[in-house]
Design a protein around this ligand. Structure first.
Ligand code: SF4
Length: 135
């Protein structure tokens, strides 16, 4: 993996749709939209000292599932550079009155929310790599 890849760090919330939305969006960015420029990182892995050493100083985009903002806080504690941070609830608001799904399955609305989050992050990634002069 290139040292310059931008990490995408989703919330680890299980059992709530906001956590699933953040993880699905992170996977869409890393696997489909920006595989050359991004990599996913697991929130729990940031508890390990060897991982902290590896990621310190690296760019990260956080997708949190609730205002406790575990992804953002853990990134900062690990010495990462938080380029952007998002709350999935912000994206769900656009579809007020519609059901995005559950902690284990998304509805069509939930899939639209995932697309919205992923496209927003893709634009961020493009902006960051342009600023770095990589494109
Ligand atoms: S951000 Fe909220 S939902 Fe996600 S892991 Fe933290 S406490 Fe759980």
């Amino acid at each position: 993996m290139s040292d310059k890849k931008i990490y995408i760090l989703p919330c680890s919330g299980i059992g709530k749709v906001y956590g699933l939305l953040s993880r699905e969006a992170a996977h869409k960015v890393v696997l489909d939209l920006e595989p050359q420029h991004t990599d996913i990182i697991c929130l729990a892995s940031l508890l390990l000292d060897e991982v902290k050493e590896q990621v310190a100083g690296r760019s990260v985009i956080c997708i949190d599932g609730c205002p406790k903002c575990c992804a953002e806080k853990s990134s900062v504690e690990a010495g990462m550079v938080v380029e952007k941070k998002y709350l999935t609830s912000h994206f769900v608001r656009k579809y007020r009155g519609e059901d995005p799904g559950t902690g284990s399955e998304l509805t069509e609305t939930g899939k639209k929310v995932v697309d919205d989050i992923a496209k927003t992050i893709q634009a961020d990634v493009q902006e960051i790599i342009q600023e770095r002069g990589e494109k």
